[in-house]
Design a protein around this ligand. Structure first.
Ligand code: TYC
Length: 104
């Protein structure tokens, strides 16, 4: 529908909505497993999610007890690079640590 035939009041607000829509954000989560050492997970949280040791310990324990926890919320690109960095780091040390991103 072009600008001449388009009904003014029905179409215009939708177009404006699109312009003001915020980009989606993604949660980056760590998943529990039985083999990755707790101390290694704490290091990951400090190194890649800028957590202090006390907070990193709490998040690690949440993952350990509940199966997963959110480590941070980022734009799509930053979330994807956090996931890759964590998985690469775990691979180097041969730990099976899993990290995923999920649209909020
Ligand atoms: N469950 C692991 C252990 O008992 C610790 C662990 C915590 C592993 C968090 C992964 O994301 C994780 N050694």
């Amino acid at each position: 529908m072009n600008i001449v035939t388009r009904p003014l009041e029905t179409e215009l607000p939708k177009e404006e909505e699109k312009l003001t829509e915020k980009p989606p954000m993604y949660e980056v989560c760590l998943l529990n497993d039985d083999y990755t050492p707790m101390e290694f997970v704490i290091i990951v949280l400090q190194k890649f999610f800028a957590m202090k040791k006390e907070n990193a310990t709490q998040i690690m324990l949440k993952v350990h007890r509940e199966g997963r926890a959110v480590c941070g919320v980022y734009s799509k690109d930053i979330a994807a690079s956090k996931v890759s960095a964590v998985l690469d780091f775990a691979k180097v040390y041969q730990h099976p640590l899993q990290c995923v991103m999920e649209k909020k």
